[in-house]
Design a protein around this ligand. Structure first.
Ligand code: SAH
Ligand code: SF4
Length: 390
């Protein structure tokens, strides 16, 4: 079996080079060929020492994922469906905007958390992706888009781990992938342009803060434990107070950053004025110093099996106004790519549930984000500017 060079972060690749009897710095050259130039074949890496090319030939290569389908939305959003073997497929979404290009990356085939409003969650869990499979999504998208757009410079400026799966339940594969995204010899993305979104795996939030403190988004969706237990079952294990404490500890590793709290607006379930007031109280109670979190309201992308519906715009606006009036920075996510089922919560890929009887969802998830919104202005809550997400 050949080694997949997409599985390595720079340190691991340096060790691999040493094991082959080569100098560690060869890994940097390899990294640049693979990640910056998109070259797959070691024979095409012309300035690489001949001895190394010979050693790698036949034993190591870049293993891409097979593309099952590609869809392009009227708004420019692109969704790829990748085959990851054994009947499983995952999805990756590119969301172009004026000044940036965001890639929404999957971390698992399916998800074990089982949130009520999420079609990946309804699908069940099949397996973790490897580092190479996470990286293959970025590697492919970046270099495919460069070809398509005839660009030689970087197309993807931001990565969000908001595709299928709970990234912090696949920690050991996630962290090397994040390191490659940040590495100057690979994608060179800044820490703040790579976002891990989590439903609240508290111990792994602590580890991520220590190992690789990228931007953090926490999927909150409810301002009290009773409701959150129902919407995000992981809350029964890590309750809100514990989760908020973990957010504070995380910020100690990421000074001057803030946490984005994701809040999916579900009609009549979590979108009432009282929920907004509770959310303000929760954030005040746990904010240890100054502004430390912002709320991103996500219009729910419905799918039939959820039995849930999207909050009307007026509820979203009222909810946002209560937060803003209380001084909470609030954005409303603009849904992108919903005509190709690429919006948040619509990414379903095609996953064989290996944990329970597979109940197949018709539709699936993911999305882009974006901004719109109000920046809190204390007492008046007037709109004082546009806020960029990342
Ligand atoms: N498992 C991680 C990351 C993937 S989900 C997490 O839960 O954070 C990425 C985001 O999409 C989360 O904020 C999630 O709550 C949201 N989401 C899931 N299903 C959705 C739906 N049907 N409509 C809108 N947003 C949804
Ligand atoms: Fe999993 Fe996130 Fe979906 Fe919840 S919202 S089921 S954690 S992918």
């Amino acid at each position: 079996m050949t080694v997949n060079l997409l599985d390595f972060d720079l340190e691991a690749l340096s060790v691999y080079c040493e094991q082959l009897g080569e100098k560690r710095f060869r890994a940097k050259q390899l990294f640049r060929w693979i990640h910056q130039r998109g070259v797959r074949n070691v024979d095409d890496m012309t300035d690489l020492a001949k001895s190394l090319r010979e050693k790698l030939r036949g034993v190591a290569s870049v293993t891409p994922l097979t593309v099952n389908a590609r869809h392009e939305s009227g708004d420019g959003t692109i969704k790829w469906l990748f085959d990851v073997g054994n009947g499983d497929a995952i999805e990756t979404v590119f969301i172009p905007e004026e000044n940036r290009g965001t890639l929404c990356v999957s971390s698992q085939a399916g998800c074990a958390v089982g949130c009520r409003f999420c079609s990946t969650g309804h699908q069940g869990f099949s397996r973790n992706l490897s580092t190479g499979e996470i990286m293959a999504q970025l590697w492919f998208a970046e270099h495919d888009l460069r070809k398509q757009l005839k660009r030689s410079e970087r197309v993807i400026t931001n990565v969000v781990m908001m595709g299928m799966g709970e990234p912090l339940q696949n920690y050991s594969a996630l962290v090397p992938a994040l390191r490659v995204m940040l590495d100057d010899h690979a994608y060179g993305l800044s820490r703040r342009r790579v976002t891990v979104s989590t439903s609240g795996v508290v111990p792994m939030m602590d580890r991520l803060g220590e190992d690789c403190a990228v931007a953090l988004a926490v999927s909150l969706h409810a301002p009290n434990d009773l409701l959150r237990n129902d919407l995000v079952p992981l809350n029964k294990k890590y309750a809100l107070a514990e989760l908020m404490d973990a957010c504070n500890r995380y910020l100690a590793h990421a000074p001057r950053d803030f946490i984005t709290f994701e809040y999916c607006m579900l009609d009549g379930v979590n979108d009432q004025p009282d929920h907004a007031h509770q959310l303000v109280a929760l954030m005040r109670e746990h904010a240890t110093g100054g502004v430390w979190g912002k709320v991103n309201l996500i219009p729910f992308n419905p799918f039939p099996a959820s039995g849930l519906t999207r909050s009307p715009d007026t509820s979203v606006r009222n909810f946002a106004k209560i937060l803003v009036d209380a001084g909470v920075v609030t954005t409303v996510r603009k849904t992108r790519g919903d005509d190709i089922d690429a919006a948040c919560g619509q990414l379903a890929g095609d996953v064989k549930d290996r944990t329970r009887a597979a109940e197949r969802m018709a539709r699936r998830r993911i999305t882009g984000d974006q901004p719109l919104v109000f920046v809190a202005n204390g007492r008046t809550g007037s709109k004082i500017g546009l806020l960029q997400e990342h």
